[in-house]
Design a binder for this molecule. Structure first.
Ligand SMILES: Cc1cc2nc3c(=O)[nH]c(=O)nc-3n(C[C@H](O)[C@H](O)[C@H](O)COP(=O)(O)O)c2cc1C
Length: 375
């Protein structure tokens, strides 16, 4: 039986389930076209807004590295240190919708068989702001994009009605999705932040609003490390720093937990998993808990800006995995997607040594009454 790397996600056919996430690798038409030539199945554009943004002075992204012998995490480049994470405080695209419109059209015409997703962001404080979401959605879909990803998760917005401040509020999430769905003719994905108490709540808000999929996660709120000699944050502007976003290998286990929580709560819904993917072993984790596509940012940034080697390894890894499991008659993602989704259980359901039982912290009741478990 022939191996098939293609998949269908939110009704769209992907040549393979691997995508570049919204970030510097997808900040221009030339990058996106190079990415498609390199083999990525889909691309989410850098987030597009209506108005220009002004980024901080100096670098917007740096990479933390860890020295294996000492465990020191630092942005300082040193021999023998391995990648720990990316740290960024970059805003959305510094090019507005007017710049993007002809380019989206050009990309889609050049690569009709690839999936082009437009990431968009606006405010949500009043009807005028909400209308901006619709303007962005219609502007992008008129150029032929295959789906819209709503950035409800940018962690660097001061405005209380923008970015992750929307993503933290299930009602606003629901409302913004609904407003976009009113005009959307293509699938709408909602991109969520990981730093809330329970991401299932915001995911429910998005699905209630009509979202076709959730993309998660965006970066985790974090600070750069302090230099022990200068006593300054390793990334700062005139001594000052702000909370930024952590991506890359360090966030993989945490993002996996967030994606799993949603896949368990909504087993029939679609999830595009993001966080710490650099090769097929991490992507496989996300597929096994139920994700239908996987997005990559940090690893691609460090590989010729658009990840030609990363996508080559992802494709080779998936092909080798399916060949290894040919005996189980697995030939495509759907044959193993979600296989481990039900293996994550409450702590008390994990076997104790010998015959000892554990009742989740509740006392064993006398007589016949079972302990009441409050959920
Ligand atoms: C420099 C940088 C810029 C980013 N810009 C955006 C953005 O404009 N919109 C967005 O939705 N996510 C943005 N992200 C988040 C990524 O798309 C992704 O969710 C995150 O980096 C986690 O994936 P990773 O572990 O593969 O890096 C950005 C990330 C980085 C590192």
């Amino acid at each position: 039986m022939a191996i098939d790397l293609s998949t269908v996600f939110t009704g769209l056919r992907f040549q393979n389930p691997f995508m570049l996430a919204s970030a510097p690798p997808t900040e221009s038409d030339s990058n996106i076209m190079r990415a498609f030539e390199a083999g990525w199945g889909g691309v989410v554009t850098k987030t597009i807004g209506l108005h220009p943004v002004i980024n901080v002075k100096g670098p917007k992204t740096k990479f933390n590295r860890v020295t294996p012998e000492t465990g020191r995490i630092s942005m300082e480049k040193r021999a023998g240190a391995t990648l720990h994470s990316s740290w960024n405080w970059e805003l959305i695209s510094d090019k507005t919708i007017d710049w993007w419109i002809p380019r989206l059209d050009r990309i889609k015409k050049a690569f009709p068989e690839k999936v082009l997703v437009a990431s968009i962001m606006a405010g949500s404080g009043n009807d005028r702001e909400l209308k901006h979401w619709q303007d962005l959605a219609m502007g992008c879909q008129d150029q032929g994009v295959d789906a819209l990803e709503l950035n409800l998760s940018c962690p660097h917005m001061d405005r209380p009605d923008m970015g992750s401040n929307i993503g933290k509020d299930q009602q606003l999430v629901s409302y913004v999705v609904q407003v976009v769905k009113e005009v959307a003719r293509v699938p709408v994905w909602a991109k969520l932040i990981p730093s809330t108490t329970d991401i299932v709540i915001e995911a429910r808000g998005a699905f209630n609003g009509g979202a076709d999929a959730i993309s998660a996660t965006n970066t985790f709120p974090s600070l750069p490390p302090v230099d022990p000699d200068t006593l300054e944050f390793e990334m700062n502007v005139e001594g000052l720093v702000s909370y930024g976003g952590l991506g890359g290998p360090a966030i993989f286990p945490m993002a996996l937990a967030k994606v799993t929580q949603m896949c368990q709560a909504f087993p029939d819904k679609s999830f595009s998993a993001i966080g710490g993917v650099s090769n097929f072993t991490q992507a496989l984790n996300y597929f096994l808990v139920g994700a239908g596509t996987v997005q990559v940012c940090t690893a691609a940034m460090l590989d010729h800006a658009i990840g030609p080697n990363v996508i080559r390894d992802l494709l080779a890894g998936m092909r080798a995995f399916l060949e290894r499991h040919a005996g189980r008659r697995w030939r495509s993602l759907e044959d193993f997607r979600g296989l481990l989704r039900n293996r994550i259980v409450p702590h008390s359901q994990i076997k104790r040594p010998d015959t000892k039982e554990y009742r989740g912290g509740y006392e064993v009741h006398e007589g016949y009454a079972e302990p009441q478990v409050v959920t």
